[in-house]
Every structure is written in C-alpha cells, then in structure tokens.
Write a protein that binds this ligand. Structure first.
Ligand SMILES: [Zn+2]
Length: 234
C-alpha cells in the first residue's frame, strides 16, 4: 500500500480548501442574520421613539385643551363679576380668577416646554429613521453579496469535489474504509505532515519504524491522533 507524498499532499490541500470554502459558505447566512438582528433592534427602537413622541404630543394636546377650558372659565368669572351683588362673592370670584390665571401660567410654561420636548423627540425619531434606513440598505447589500458569493463558492466546491474524487482514486481500495472514517471524523485535519519525526496533527513523536515506512511511501496513520501521515515538501 504505497501512495506518494505528492498525492497525499494534494489530497490534504483539497480537503483544506473544501473546508475553507464550506466555512465561508456557512458564514454568509450568519452575516445576514447579524444584519437582520440589527434591523430588528433599530426597528424596535424606532417604534419606542415614535411612541414616546406620540405620548408627548398627546400630553401637549391635553394641556392645551385644559388651558382653553380654564381660559373660558376666567372669561365666565369676569362676566359673573358684573352680576354679583355681594362684596364677598366678588372677592371670591377675584380669588378664583387669580388662582386660575396662576394655574394657566404654569400650564402655558409646561406647554412651551412640551413643544421643546416634541422637537427633541422629532429629532430622535429622524435619527433613528436614518439609522434604520442605512441598516436596511446594509442588509439588502449583504443579502446580495452573500448570494453572489455563494454561487462562486458553490462552483469552486463542485470543482474541488471532482478534484477530490480524482485524488482519492490513487488510494488502494482496501484502504478506503479507514481513510473514509478518519475524514468523516476529522474533516480537513484528517491528514498531517510529519516533520523531524513529529506528527503535526498532535505533536507526538512517531516511531522510527513508522518514519522509515513513510520514507517508503507507505500509508500509515498516527497512532496517537489517527491522522493519515505524509512527508512535507523538502
Ligand atoms: Zn498525530
């Protein structure tokens, strides 16, 4: 059972390239999911911001309505002033007017503050809207890029899979079972070089006997990590 180091090196390279391509293929959907999560997060932020603006506007409207009602009340008090007959009633009305005017002045201040707050909220809304737009465009771009990249990667994978079948054809038939098992378990790390008698898969020293077998291009597995061993290019 001999296979040249060149053939095994080639086999290892194909496994590594395939693993790298499959990894890149997996990264695509992960990138899209990250962008989608970002869009969802900012979208929720925008909902919250808009709700805050809405509540603030509603509170402002309520206060303006209260102010109007109270102003009408003052008008009514003043009308009444002309019709009261007792001094006590007159004084009471004056006090009520003064109290209502005081309350209105506070309310007016609050309404003005409310307008400032609404302006601030509107600015926040705009900012979040812009961020949402940018992130949504990013998501769209990422989706397209991932899709385009996937086509290229997929075709590279197909090409390498054909290459792999060709490279595996050099392995003896009765060796295939062991080889398939180690590839299934270790993927791209199924093969490892031996340098200075040390397996690069696990860092363990292999026996002198195994080293001479390697020199003779015999197919051997590392006894400690199970990798299919080969000699590196010199
Ligand atoms: Zn090893």
């Amino acid at each position: 059972m001999t296979v040249t180091a060149v053939a095994l090196r080639q086999l290892h390279r194909i496994h590594q390239q395939l693993a790298e391509l499959r990894d890149r293929l997996d990264r695509g959907p992960r990138k899209i999911r990250a962008c989608e999560a970002n869009v969802a997060k900012i979208s929720a932020e925008l909902d919250a911001a808009r709700e805050a603006t809405k509540q603030s506007k509603m509170a402002g409207d309520r206060k303006q309505l209260d102010l109007k009602t109270s102003e009408q009340k003052i008008v009514d008090y003043r009308t009444k002033l002309n019709t009261v007959s007792s001094n006590k009633e007159y004084q009471t009305l004056l006090e009520q007017i003064a109290a209502a005017e005081m309350a209105n002045s506070v309310l007016s201040d609050e309404i003005l503050e409310g307008f400032d707050k609404i302006d601030e909220f509107d600015t926040v809304d705009k900012n979040v809207e812009n961020r949402l737009q940018v992130t949504t465009e990013e998501l769209e771009k990422t989706r397209n890029a991932v899709q385009e990249e996937a086509v290229v990667i997929q075709s590279d994978i197909s090409r390498l899979e054909v290459e792999l079948v060709g490279s595996e054809a050099v392995l003896p038939a009765d060796f295939k079972v062991d080889y398939d098992r180690v590839v299934r378990n270790k993927g791209a790390d199924a093969l490892a070089t031996v340098e200075d008698g040390v397996c690069n898969g696990c860092g363990q020293q292999i026996t002198l006997n195994m080293q001479s077998e390697l020199q003779l291009s015999k197919l051997i597995f590392c006894k400690s990590c199970g990798c299919l061993l080969y000699l590196p290019e010199v």
